[in-house]
Ligand binder design. Structure first.
Ligand code: BGP
Length: 481
């Protein structure tokens, strides 16, 4: 590939604390919502529906569990102790940006403390200093599906307006401590996950509320307000910093050219994606929101002060994760549905799928970037894109992941086309820099990294890191930029 990107384009990779850090009972960390996700060896990789719901019973069982189930996200890949080695490996690939998240429950174990945990502050000092020392820019996600479990137990998560002040205190503590070295921030990872993985993203437990839709939409409203408030705070504290908003973007195609299917695709795009970005970037709810609320029986509690801060403090950039595209139809009439993806969708007969049923669509990435840039005229940043696959470590300790190289090449090619189309793109952090625990299924065997980590789905292994073929491919690609 000959594509050239702007000289200041950022190349890198991403991880998340709840999938990589581990050390869940070390350094003063409190339990996070991710700590109750267990690995289910009977899981159906092509049906995430079971994993999207978390019941009070599951939570209690996880808290009381004395070893009947395995909770991989509590251990991650032990980034907590391997961070220097892992960051050095990323620097060796030539990364100019490294995306990671700060575990809220490590800094504020119950989410309600006023004083932050000093061991957490010094841990993230060390991580950030390593990243900067290696000449990479830190890109920090403040909330990546890892909020303190206590906030779920005591408030049913973001359903309660008091989460805004708890989160604001956490964000400002981070800005005060790190905004001299961290210049790029993301408020909420995939804020639209509030609707497709509500517990992970908002801490709302379905069986603890009468009207689940109401609870979830209200929770997301509180997150919109919190994102605007911390943008106001950051602008005052560190005007040279940038705060982005983020969604998982699902390019949505009509199943046929039947007008009803085209309308269905437009409405699915609004419901799944644009409801979030329109609200955060335009600073107010879009025209179609009222109909969505009416049809779902939702009556949001919106204060005047909410409207004011949302209108006055939009984000600086729009970050997206992009893995797949989806298909919508006015009526299913025999269309094949799949629960494999992050969201329920129809199968696209023109696309190949990963072993987990995620529909691979690089053209959809170019479509998505043009669609979003055309709508917002705001700099975009692809902060997740990658292929989950069951990699094999050979006897001579190699991983021949040419399928991942092909996936990434085709998506980078699509990005280059979008840049040529005139889209302003800040950078690209692949998911994931190293093999880490899967967000949706808690598998270790669903690998995304350039670096193979020796660990199985039950946490057995040496945790040794091995460079895959894609490590050298990406190193060479970045060198050529
Ligand atoms: C996104 C999350 C990431 C990442 C990705 C891949 O929703 O932001 O944390 O995990 O999904 O999903 P999975 O790990 O389930 O394959």
């Amino acid at each position: 590939m000959e594509q050239k990107f702007p000289a200041d384009f950022l190349w890198g990779g991403a991880i998340a604390a709840c999938q990589a850090e581990g050390a869940f009972q070390e350094g003063g960390r409190g339990l996070a919502v991710s700590d109750v996700s267990f690995y289910d060896e009977k899981l159906d990789r092509k049906d995430l529906s079971r994993h999207r719901k978390m019941t009070s019973e599951d939570i209690e069982k996880a808290i009381q569990d004395q070893g009947t189930r395995h909770y991989p996200k509590r251990h991650g890949i032990d980034f907590y102790h391997h961070y220097a080695e892992d960051i050095a490996l990323c620097a060796e690939m030539g990364f100019t940006v490294f995306r990671f998240s700060i575990a809220w429950s490590r800094v504020f174990p119950t989410g309600e403390e006023t004083t932050p945990n000093p061991e957490a502050l010094s841990f993230y000092d060390r991580v950030i200093d390593e990243i900067v020392r290696h000449g990479m820019k830190p890109l920090v996600t403040l909330s990546h599906f890892e909020m303190p479990l206590a906030l779920t137990e005591n408030y049913n998560g973001w359903q309660d307006r008091r989460l805004i002040s708890f989160f604001r205190h956490f964000a400002n503590t981070m800005f005060e401590r790190y905004s001299d070295r961290v210049k790029l921030w993301i408020s909420f990872n995939e804020i639209n996950a509030g609707n497709f993985s509500s517990f992970k993203s908002t801490g709302v437990v379905q069986d603890r509320t009468e009207n689940y839709e109401q609870a979830v939409y209200q929770a997301v409203h509180h997150q919109f307000v919190a994102a605007a408030l911390i943008k106001q705070d950051l602008a005052r504290k560190a005007p040279d910093n940038q705060l982005g908003c983020m969604i998982a973007y699902f390019a949505t195609y009509p199943a046929t050219s039947k007008p009803e299917d085209v309308l269905a695709a437009q409405m699915e795009d609004e419901l799944a994606n644009l409801y979030y970005t329109d609200t955060m970037i335009h600073g107010h709810y879009p025209h179609y929101a009222k109909r969505i609320w009416k049809e779902k029986g939702v009556h949001l509690d919106i204060l005047e002060e909410d409207r004011t801060v949302m209108q006055n403090y939009p984000p600086d950039f729009l970050a997206i994760s992009y893995y797949m595209s989806s298909v919508a139809a006015a009526d299913l009439d025999g269309a094949e549905e799949t629960e494999a993806n992050l969201r329920q969708t129809l199968v696209n007969p023109y696309l190949e799928s990963s072993d987990w049923g995620w529909q691979i669509d690089p053209v959809g990435l170019r479509y998505s970037l043009n669609h979003l840039y055309g709508r917002y005229q705001m700099p975009l940043f692809i902060v997740e894109n990658g292929l989950g696959a069951e990699d094999e470590l050979t006897a001579d300790l190699q991983v021949h992941d040419d399928y991942r190289i092909h996936y990434l090449e085709s998506h980078i090619q699509a990005m280059a086309e979008a840049v040529e189309d005139g889209v302003e793109l800040m950078g690209y952090t692949t998911w994931s820099a190293l093999d880490i625990i899967s967000s949706g299924t808690s598998e270790m065997s669903k690998r995304y990294g350039f670096i193979y980590v020796d660990q199985d789905d039950f946490g057995n292994g040496s945790l040794k890191r091995y460079k895959k073929d894609s490590f050298y491919w990406y190193q060479n690609w970045i060198k050529g930029q």
